[in-house]
Design a protein around this ligand. Structure first.
Ligand SMILES: Nc1ncnc2c1ncn2[C@@H]1O[C@H](COP(=O)(O)OP(=O)(O)OP(=O)(O)O)[C@@H](O)[C@H]1O
Length: 316
């Protein structure tokens, strides 16, 4: 079997009523079994792209192949193998939480009994068992989203496509959703997800695609993308109230200082100097530093770097 599950070939998308290209000549491959994160600012074209992966939108030009088949011509195959969690509220709002899950499981070919068993397990993991008979209309925004996630997970489809799965969720639920995504991936699912939660996604995704203004700016592993950005270490320092300037004076010689709040500083330091900065922080006990952390470049830094570099090219 081919190691590529999706082939996106020169995809362009112009909405009928829009004048802008929502997707502009995008080509890439998605590896079977990977978790691919799609990042980009609001309006970048991420949802448009993934709607084309599930066959909900036909590219204006180009094509999307799923296991070698044109997605738009083989909607039945794609619908039976690809679970899609959309940003918009789903069409099941007249049902109860349990009914929505069981119904979706049955649509995926599950026997009623096993759909009921899996739905009950999911609701238990979501800590929503007591809400099982409540209509989706009467659930909170976050609870509705969890049921939506459940409908994507039930039946263990080989491909999960999730548009902002952790949006609107509290920190515990966000962690649970990331855990579930990883669990499904370990069991063989290929996962493609759009997220603005870059810091959390960093620990989960294998590769990242960065999109802005409809263009694919980069696609690579997190490690490789990090090589592209500033390799300096970042000291994040919180000073006692009113002590920021004193600390700034003491550390300025070691790197580039950025003020990130009234009592917060960020110091960018060459790796070779990091030991000196640490020595200074530890030995100068009179410096009123309440907390500090030393951080390598994060995926968020990568994201800003790629976006900024693209703006400079476009502006040039
Ligand atoms: N149905 C539509 N008709 C016309 N224009 C649209 C339609 N849907 C999206 N657009 C436009 O296409 C562009 C890309 O939108 P898209 O929803 O793909 O962005 P996104 O990256 O998913 O954004 P967000 O992070 O805000 O969800 C935007 O400029 C948007 O206004």
């Amino acid at each position: 079997m081919d190691s590529w599950i999706y082939e996106v070939e020169c995809v362009n998308m112009v909405y009928k009523k829009g004048k802008i290209k929502a997707n502009d000549d995008i080509s890439f491959l998605i590896q079977r079994g990977e978790i691919l994160g799609v990042l980009g600012p609001n309006g970048a074209g991420k949802s448009t792209l993934i709607k084309q992966l599930v066959g909900h939108l036909k590219p204006t030009e180009g094509q999307v192949l799923y296991n070698g088949l044109d997605v738009y011509k083989q909607t039945r195959v794609v619908a039976s193998e690809v679970s899609y969690y959309a940003q918009e509220p789903h069409a099941l709002s007249a049902l109860t939480a349990m009914e929505a899950l069981v119904f979706t499981g049955q649509l995926r070919g599950m026997q009623k009994k096993s759909a009921e068993r899996e739905a009950a397990e999911l609701l238990e993991r979501f800590e929503m068992t007591e809400l099982r008979n409540k209509s989706l209309k009467r659930l909170s925004g976050g609870q509705k989203r969890m049921v939506g996630i459940g409908t994507a997970l039930i039946g263990h489809s080989p491909v999960l496509i999730l548009d902002e799965p952790t949006n609107e969720l509290d920190p515990t639920k966000r962690r649970l959703v990331w855990d579930l995504i990883q669990e499904h991936n370990r069991n063989g699912a290929t996962v493609i997800l759009v997220t603005h939660n870059v810091l959390e996604a960093e620990h989960v995704v294998d590769r990242v695609a960065v999109i802005n203004h409809g263009k694919l700016l980069a696609i690579d592993s997190v490690v490789n993308l990090k090589q592209r950005v500033d390799q300096r270490l970042k000291f994040e320092i919180q000073t006692a109230f009113g002590q920021r300037e004193e600390v700034e004076k003491e550390l300025a010689e070691w790197g580039i200082l950025q003020r990130s709040g009234e009592n917060r500083i960020c110091l960018l330091v060459d790796k070779a100097q990091a030991g000196n900065v640490l020595d200074r922080i530890i030995s100068r006990r009179d410096l009123k530093i309440e907390e500090y952390a030393v951080l390598p470049p994060s995926l968020e830094d990568v994201y800003f770097h790629i976006d900024q570099a693209a703006k400079e090219v476009m502006g040039a």
